[in-house]
Design a protein around this ligand. Structure first.
Ligand code: MG
Length: 382
C-alpha cells in the first residue's frame, strides 16, 4: 500500500523538494494532488511526471493555460483557492503536505485536519495565526501534525522513544545573513543582501524572515503549540553552522540533538515516512571538515522581531495572528522596494498596538484579524 500524498504549494521550495523525495521512493509514495499559485509551467511539468489525480492553479486567470498544457494527460484540472480546500476534503489521501506560503495555508490545513488526514506542516504561519484552534481540531479529530520545519523535525526526532519529562526545547538559528552586522547596517539592508541566506536555500518569504529573525520568533510559537511547551521553556541559540537542527533538554540534564547537513529533504521525508526512516541521497556530514560547532545567544536589540514574537505569544489570543499578518504585509512591501528593512519590525509593533485584540478568537475572528493586520500594515507602509 503506497502512501497517497497531496502537496499544497508544489512549485515552491518545499514542494519541489517534496517531489524530489517522492521521486527517490516511487514504490512508497504516490502523488494525488498538486496545487500552485501562479507557476503554470512547472505545475504542468510536475503533473506530467507524477500523474496526480488532480491539479489546482489558485490564480484562476491561469486556468486556460494549465488546461491547454495538460489536455493530453489523465489529470483533472481545477482553479481557485476554494478548489484546494474542496479537494483536500474529498480526495482519498493519507498525508497533506501544507507548503503554501503564509496565512493562506491555514484554511486548507484546517480542512485536512477536519477530514481526518495527517498534515505534514511546512507552513508555520498556520500555527502562529491559529495555534490554539488548529491543535484543538487536530486533537479532536485524532490527526497527527508532523513537522516539516527542520527545527521542529529535529525536536520531534529527538523526542522519539522518550517518556521522560522535557525541561527545555532548544531551537537553533543560523543567525541569517545579518548575524554579525551592526544595527544601522541591518536597518538599511538592501533586498539582495537580505535574500542571501548563508546556509539554507528557501523561498523569499522565509529567507527575509530569517534575515530579520522573525522566522525564529514564528518557529518559537510553532514549537510551543506543536510540543505543548510554554515560551519560557523554549530557548533560542544562534548556531551559525546549521548542523544541529535543534535540541531537547530532559529533566536529568541530558540534551539530545538531531544533526545533519542543512537539507530540507531530510525533515520532509521524515514527516512523510514517520514512524519509519528511509534511505535518502543527501550530502553527509564531514565533521573534521566542519571543524567546529559554535553557539551564541541571540541579540534581541539588533533583531527586535524576535522579542515581538515573545511578546505576541505571551499576550495570547489573536496577537500572534496580528503580528503574522503585519509581518507578511511588511515583508511584501520590503520585497517590492517600498520600505526599508528596519521598518519591518517597527510596522509590526505598531500593528500590534493598533489592531483589535481578542482573548478567545474563533476561526472567523482569525480571518478577520489577518485582514485587519494586513491592511493596517499596508497603511503604515505608505
Ligand atoms: Mg526552520
Amino acid at each position: 500500500m503506497k502512501r497517497k500524498i497531496a502537496i499544497l504549494g508544489s512549485t515552491g521550495s518545499i514542494g519541489v523538494q517534496t517531489l524530489d523525495v517522492v521521486e527517490q521512493h516511487r514504490d512508497i509514495f504516490e502523488v494525488e494532488l498538486l496545487t500552485a499559485n501562479n507557476n503554470v509551467e512547472l505545475l504542468a511539468a510536475q503533473a506530467v511526471k507524477f500523474k496526480p489525480n488532480s491539479v489546482v492553479i489558485c490564480n484562476d486567470g491561469h486556468y486556460g493555460a494549465l488546461s491547454a498544457l495538460l489536455k493530453d494527460e489523465d489529470v483533472k484540472v481545477f482553479a481557485g483557492a476554494d478548489s484546494v480546500v474542496e479537494l483536500v476534503r474529498i480526495l482519498n489521501v493519507d498525508i497533506v503536505v501544507a507548503a503554501m506560503v503564509g496565512f493562506s495555508g491555514l484554511r486548507p490545513a484546517m480542512e485536512a485536519i477536519r477530514s481526518g488526514k495527517a498534515v505534514a506542516l511546512a507552513n508555520k504561519e498556520t500555527l502562529v495565526a491559529a495555534g490554539a484552534l488548529v491543535t484543538k481540531a487536530a486533537k479532536e479529530n485524532n490527526v497527527p501534525i508532523l513537522p516539516v520545519d527542520s527545527e521542529h523535525s529535529a525536536i520531534f526526532q529527538s523526542l522519539q522513544g522518550e517518556k521522560a519529562s522535557v525541561e527545555k526545547l532548544i531551537l537553533t538559528a543560523s543567525g541569517g545573513p545579518f548575524r554579525d552586522a551592526g544595527k544601522d547596517e541591518i536597518y538599511n539592508a538592501a533586498r539582495e543582501q537580505a535574500l542571501k541566506h548563508p546556509n539554507w536555500n528557501m523561498g523569499a518569504k522565509v529567507t527575509i524572515d530569517s534575515a530579520s529573525m522573525m522566522n525564529k520568533g514564528l518557529e518559537m510559537i510553532e514549537a510551543s503549540w506543536l510540543f505543548g511547551m510554554p515560551a519560557e521553556q523554549i530557548e533560542i541559540v544562534v548556531h551559525p553552522q546549521s548542523i544541529i537542527h535543534s535540541m531537547v533538554q530532559f529533566s536529568d540534564g541530558s540534551v539530545k540533538a538531531q544533526m545533519g547537513m542543512p537539507d530540507m529533504r531530510v525533515p520532509i521525508q521524515y514527516a512523510l515516512s514517520y514512524p519509519y526512516r528511509l534511505d535518502l541521497n543527501t550530502p553527509r556530514v564531514d565533521f573534521p571538515k566542519i571543524g567546529e560547532l559554535t553557539f551564541q545567544a541571540p541579540d534581541m536589540e539588533r533583531f527586535p522581531a524576535l522579542s515581538l514574537a515573545f511578546e505576541a505569544h505571551r499576550a495570547g489570543g489573536n496577537m500572534a495572528c496580528i503580528m503574522n499578518g503585519a509581518n507578511e504585509a511588511a515583508v511584501n512591501a520590503f520585497l517590492n522596494g517600498r520600505i526599508l528593512f528596519g521598518k519591518i519590525p517597527e510596522i509590526i509593533e505598531k500593528c500590534m498596538g493598533k489592531c483589535s485584540f481578542l482573548k478567545n478568537p474563533s476561526l472567523e475572528d482569525i480571518f478577520q484579524t489577518h485582514l485587519q493586520a494586513v491592511r493596517t500594515a499596508q497603511d503604515f507602509c505608505r
